[in-house]
Design a protein around this ligand. Structure first.
Ligand code: CAO
Length: 462
């Protein structure tokens, strides 16, 4: 051992520019050098992950007294969940091998002893060594940078090993082509770091502990830290309006539905509405576009009663005399659909008043069962919030619904090919295709369009 140390000391002298200092190393500090020794490290099978407790050795690559380099294969092991190649983290000499092919070994047991050839002298010795190699008149050490780095690195490693014995082993788990030791994977897990986001600086792209530390040392906005799904979950029971929505919309999705969209020019209607709106406002009535739409739909249902029917998937279609037009209302508690009853008997002023009443009660969460029940057709005016085209879902046992987009100012050609600024809105019909065909839906849509584009007709027929 001493001979080996003296030999390596001479090796160091090769790097020493000033022989005078080299001789000082040999003469005055022989005591220090003789205190160095090579540790024998038990190389253990550490946690492979996946809950694996024991593995079978498929292949062994070790022989006693062989030289072993860092990342050299030690053995190949397998369990019912994974096949793993164990590689060495240290350069050294294999002293004893405690396994053979076919053995079943448990996590934590020693695979072999490795004499590392790494002087685990106490830190004091290392400092003395550096001081000796530093010429008194120079401020920089005359050991080659590379050599110094290796010493520091190894010293850190041995300190680390003493502190965390479970990380003495260096199994490389090869999964998804990502190379990292189980210890590195554990550090990543504990710090919520997705290893796939890192670039490994180890041999062959292996991710090292230092790569994780460098990643974590970045300012938070420069790194993407995914939150594991289970930590991101907050459980909440579905209740209230949402519970109704779950039931009805699930049921709705089973209906074979026909969709049809069209554009309606509401320029003239808006002129009319604006002229009456202020008059009704004096009475506290808010006259919105929706009130006209409700009336136009009801008038059209008179001619196409099948869109106001009830169908429960059997062999009977139930035609309903009342036009109870449901309006989807957006509230803080969620979506609710009260209905304006018997619209055929109501004028636009009364419809506007009823919309206002229902909207107010909905906002206060005070709608009665009578308000929310018995709807026969539904209007979803999402355009009062936003959106150009909406795909509405039928509210069973009803058979039709209309979704309304936002009224927009757009350039449109007139009959003489002149462009004008017009107010247009997209309407999208959804009809139960089991009992309503496309032709009927299109004709119904056309009639509603006719009423809204010629609002005088609403007065005449309404
Ligand atoms: N595009 C542009 N403006 C519209 C519009 C539309 N589609 N519909 C209504 N407006 C206008 C109104 O005419 C009114 O204009 P003025 O301020 O000039 O008078 C203004 O928007 C405000 O109307 P409002 O929203 O207060 O009243 P409303 O009668 O049109 O609508 C209600 C009432 C309850 C239907 C509405 O407030 C609402 O909740 N809409 C959302 C419906 C919804 O969520 N549907 C989706 C269901 S599916 O999840």
């Amino acid at each position: 051992m001493i001979a080996k140390i003296i030999f390596s000391s001479f090796h160091f002298i090769g790097h020493v520019k000033n022989v005078k200092y080299a001789s000082r190393i040999l003469k005055s500090d022989f005591r220090t050098w003789t205190s160095l020794h090579y540790p024998v490290i038990p190389f253990k099978l550490s946690d492979i992950g996946e809950g694996i407790k024991e593995v079978t050795v498929k292949r062994s690559f070790l022989k006693p007294h062989q030289k072993l380099s860092q990342f050299e294969d030690v053995c190949e092991v397998e369990s019912d969940k994974a096949s793993v190649t164990i590689t060495s983290r240290f350069d050294g000499l294999v002293k004893n091998v405690y396994f053979k092919e076919g053995d079943v070994i448990t996590v934590g047991s020693t695979l072999c002893d490795i004499e590392t050839g790494n002087e685990s002298a106490d830190p004091g010795n290392i400092i003395v060594e550096k001081e000796l190699l530093m010429p008194a008149h120079e401020n920089k050490p005359i050991i080659e940078e590379k050599t110094k780095f290796t010493h520091t690195e190894r010293n850190q490693e041995s300190a680390h090993i003493q502190k965390y014995p479970s990380e003495q082993t260096a199994e490389e788990v090869h999964s998804d082509k990502l190379l990292a030791t189980p210890a590195v994977r554990r550090i990543a897990r504990e710090n919520n770091v997705n290893l796939h986001l890192l670039k490994g600086t180890g041999r062959g792209g292996r991710i090292m502990k230092e790569d994780i530390l460098a990643y974590l040392n970045q300012p938070p906005k420069e790194r993407f830290t995914p939150v594991f799904a289970e930590e991101a979950e907050i459980s909440e029971l579905v209740s209230g309006y949402q519970k109704v929505m779950v039931r009805t919309m699930t049921e709705s999705n089973r209906i074979p539905t026909l969709g049809l969209s069209d554009e309606i020019d509401v320029t003239d209607l808006e002129i009319l509405r604006k002229s009456i709106k202020t008059v009704l406002a004096v009475e506290g009535i808010k006259l919105s576009f929706l009130a006209f739409l409700v009336k136009a739909v009801s008038l059209s249902l008179v001619k196409y009663p099948i869109l106001n029917a009830k169908f429960e998937g059997h062999d009977t279609i139930k035609y309903q005399n009342s036009h109870n037009i449901g309006i989807a209302v957006d509230t803080e508690s969620g979506l609710v659909v009260p209905s304006i009853k018997d619209v055929t008997r109501l004028n636009i002023r009364q419809i506007a008043k009823e919309i206002q009443r229902l909207q107010k009660l909905a906002d206060q969460n005070k709608l009665s069962i009578a308000d929310t029940a018995y709807g026969t057709f539904t209007i979803s005016n999402i355009g009062s919030i936003a959106g150009t085209v909406v795909k509405p879902l039928i509210l069973p046992p009803q058979v039709a619904i209309v979704g309304v987009g936002r009224i927009r100012s757009l350039p449109r050609y007139d009959a003489t090919d002149q462009i004008h600024k017009r107010l247009v809105v997209n309407v999208s019909w959804a009809a139960d295709h089991r009992i309503i065909d496309g032709g009927t839906t299109a004709r119904f849509s056309n009639l509603v369009k006719q009423y809204l584009e010629n609002p005088g007709l609403l007065i005449v027929d309404g």
